[in-house]
Ligand binder design. Sequence first.
Ligand code: GAL
Length: 373
Amino acid sequence: MGWNSWNTFGAHIDETLILQTADVLLETGLAEAGYRYVVIDDLWEGKERDAQGRLTADPHKFPSGIAALAERIHAKGLKFGIYSCAGTHTCADQLASYGHEETDARTFADWGVDFLKYDFCNVPHGAHGPTLYRRMGQALRQTGRDILFSACEWGVNKPWLWGRWAGCHMWRTTGDIVDNWDSIKDIGFRRQAGLELYAGPNGWNDPDMMVVGMYGKGNVGAGGCSDSEYLCHFALWCLLASPLMIGCDVRAMNDATLSLLANPGLLRISQDSLGVQARRIAPEKDEWDWSDFPVFAKPLADGTIAVGLFNLSDGDGCNRMGVAWETLGLDTHRACLVSDAISGETIGEFRGSYSERVPKHDARVLLLTPVLG
Ligand code: GAL
């Protein structure tokens, strides 16, 4: 959980922005809620390596240098992340780590980096993608520093199959998200189903940084979403046990954004220690089939089951959506206490199934706790 500069700021980053963002994470309670990694994406880099072959930072954007910035972030009790790329150059054409993996890993460790996002542009022809990630994974481990390794390979070589082995702790499963409903439906609802078996502690599917609260502004702003569409987005990311990287300008976020990102019920589901990624339980047919009414379920460590009812349809009004105990592995006769995960309110005790009406482009997230004894 953390914040990344790319979605809103793209090239327009500097140390003032990063420090202000860190302060806002603390002041708003987002850091306390778990958002601790402050990550600088592409376009932090200087034009040349130094005499020792090390990457340098853009002196105009980061005049104090990256080590000093990391130290200030650490002094606030937060963690610091940076970006590089497996190719010769980054996606924004800056110097990158191909052929410099050990030097760059060492440099990042010396600077106090805690998180490395590693992209996949400008990879030399014929180079084997998974090998490049393995190389950087090994180089990071050799530094002896605990650095979270985030692969941004867009799912090209199915990183869910080899990411963990290559030393990655999370791997992007798709191309870039943009801030609109179609993108959330495509990346979140269409393209994650079927990947749930590959996620778990120390290795997570990453459907990209969040666009919650962007409202169409910034680098990947593309029309924006309504609050209930952002709720669908955030609730799904929590159910999928995805990394939760905030992408909006937290300095300017509204109350709806803050209370969604800090929602204790949804974060409990996201961060549950069992670390299971929700599975789409309805419709059951083919995992990749589209449905306007998907239902996701995520078992939690204490025997509770989190269920997301999502109405993705464009029709008027509400649709009745529900969940049958049968599809969750629960005995049909078992009484379950059903509560609303978002509001924390108890709905009641039910047997066999539960349903309610869900407005279009909206979601309900339920907690089903079996009543035992
Ligand atoms: C893309 C990546 C984005 C962002 C960008 C920077 O490849 O998917 O998340 O990091 O590069 O240039």
